[in-house]
Ligand binder design. Structure first.
Ligand SMILES: Nc1ncnc2c1ncn2[C@@H]1O[C@H](COP(=O)(O)OP(=O)(O)OP(=O)(O)O)[C@@H](O)[C@H]1O
Ligand SMILES: [Mg+2]
Length: 362
């Protein structure tokens, strides 16, 4: 029963969603799918921005987004002729973090931005990239400039990290060490008083006084941000679960990818996120049937026998992939599942994205 849905188009999703998040295991085509879906929606008349994360260099060049990662949307010239528009950007986690500080920290913003401790953690904090991907999505969604924001997700060892990023920020803010360092009243006084202690005097001698002062200053200045960060994390958590937000789960037909994608499908469901569609990318097409019985085929000799052996190998591979996929298709529930063949070329330019978009939509 389930296989009938394979090949179902994602066109409805491109028409109705405000936010699409492509997610899935590493290397299966998340970035490519995000770009192809975004371009297809733009060509159907919507104003689209695609946020890519670490795109392959040639794809970035084709989209014109490798110019030192400005973190700003860039209109992709010549991609769309109708009323729609197609913009792309490469996520810069550090610049997004800076923008968040500017939006939230008021007068303290510049002090934080100039702080050496802040500078060394912005962008490299565990989970910062995942969090900033969602933050950037939130900023673009609320800019009013786009009908559809498509966001790619980073290759996470645990793909689930992206979904949990806002909640993880809240638990970081609740962490006892963080709290001890930032509670402005008595505990904070302890930290600042401790700055003159023998221990910190030694640290100052070894690491330089600036780093100690900057550490204390950093925690003191971000304590004023806490309420704002919590609010933003809650907003993002809600945005990821909103009616017009959908996740597009991308997988390949390889067993390990299917395992990871299945885990993610379950996590989406359990977390209250909407699975809008599944893209099974890099699938080997099923060769046409030969309509000859095995005895006849076995009796064939010469060069044709080699061709037949190759045909059998490909058929076995393609059938094996389809058997592996059954469990993932079952997990997709009502979401359409779209099969995308392994093309004989990379998808690194606008024409190839249009070709891929055609497979995903038609
Ligand atoms: N259907 C396809 N046929 C052939 N090549 C493809 C197809 N889809 C994607 N590719 C190629 O596969 C490579 C990996 O794709 P992509 O970068 O989109 O994967 P990803 O899931 O974003 O990887 P990562 O987890 O590293 O971010 C790219 O070179 C891309 O051009
Ligand atoms: Mg990618």
């Amino acid at each position: 029963m389930t296989t009938r849905r394979i090949g179902s188009p994602l066109a409805h999703l491109l028409d109705s969603a405000d936010l699409l998040v492509t997610c899935g295991p590493g290397g299966v085509g998340k970035t490519t799918t995000a770009a192809a879906l975004g371009l297809a929606a733009a060509r159907a008349g919507r104003r689209v921005v695609v946020v890519t994360i670490d795109p392959a260099k040639r794809l970035a060049d084709a989209l014109g987004i490798d110019a030192a990662g400005s973190n700003q949307p860039h209109l992709v010239a010549g991609a769309v002729t109708g009323p729609g528009s197609f913009s792309a950007l490469m996520l810069d986690a550090e610049k997004t973090f800076d923008q968040l500080i500017r939006d939230r920290a008021g007068d303290a913003a510049q002090t934080i931005l100039d702080n050496s401790v802040y500078r060394s953690i912005a962008g490299s904090l565990a989970g910062a990239q995942e969090y900033m991907a969602i933050e950037r999505l939130h900023q673009l969604h609320h800019s009013g400039d786009y009908d559809l924001v498509v966001i790619d997700t980073p290759p996470s060892r645990h793909a689930i990290d992206v979904l949990e990023a806002p909640d993880r920020l809240v638990s970081f803010l609740s962490n006892p060490v963080y709290r001890a360092l930032t509670i402005p009243s008595r505990s904070f006084a302890k930290v600042t008083n401790a700055a003159s202690s023998a221990f910190l005097w030694t640290v100052k001698r070894l690491a330089g006084p600036k780093i100690v002062e900057d550490t204390i200053e950093f925690f003191r200045s971000i304590s004023g941000l806490e309420a704002g960060l919590r609010t933003r994390a809650a907003e993002m958590s809600a945005l990821l679960r909103a009616d017009h937000t959908a996740f597009v789960l991308v997988s390949s037909p390889r067993a390990e990818a299917i395992d990871e994608a299945s885990y993610l499908a379950t996590a989406l469901h359990d977390g209250g996120f909407r699975l809008g569609g599944v893209v099974v990318n890099l699938v080997h097409p099923l060769p046409p049937a030969l309509h000859l019985d095995d005895d006849t085929l076995d009796g064939i000799t010469g060069p044709l026998a080699e061709q037949i052996a190759y045909h059998r190998e490909l058929t076995a591979l393609a059938e094996g992939e389809r058997a592996e996929l059954e469990s993932l298709i079952a997990l997709a529930g009502d979401a359409p599942v779209c099969e995308v063949p392994l093309l004989d070329h990379d998808v690194h330019d606008v024409d190839a994205l249009i070709e891929l978009g055609g497979v995903l939509v038609d």
